[in-house]
Design a protein around this ligand. Sequence first.
Ligand SMILES: [Zn+2]
Length: 65
Amino acid sequence: MRIGTLDPLALTADQDARLHAQRCARCGSTTDLRPGGYAYTASGTDGGRLGWPVVLCKGCPGSGA
Ligand SMILES: [Zn+2]
């Protein structure tokens, strides 16, 4: 996934749904979803990241994972 590292304090409801694999991580579709790798959010103040298993829809290019 290359949707960047998100600020967990600034997530929209849509981004939250994508991180929880309820929507396609790229386009937000809720149909024909499949495993799509990981997205990341910033974790704490030490520069760490949290990985989230996300999904992609059939219409978006996969991560190749
Ligand atoms: Zn999609």
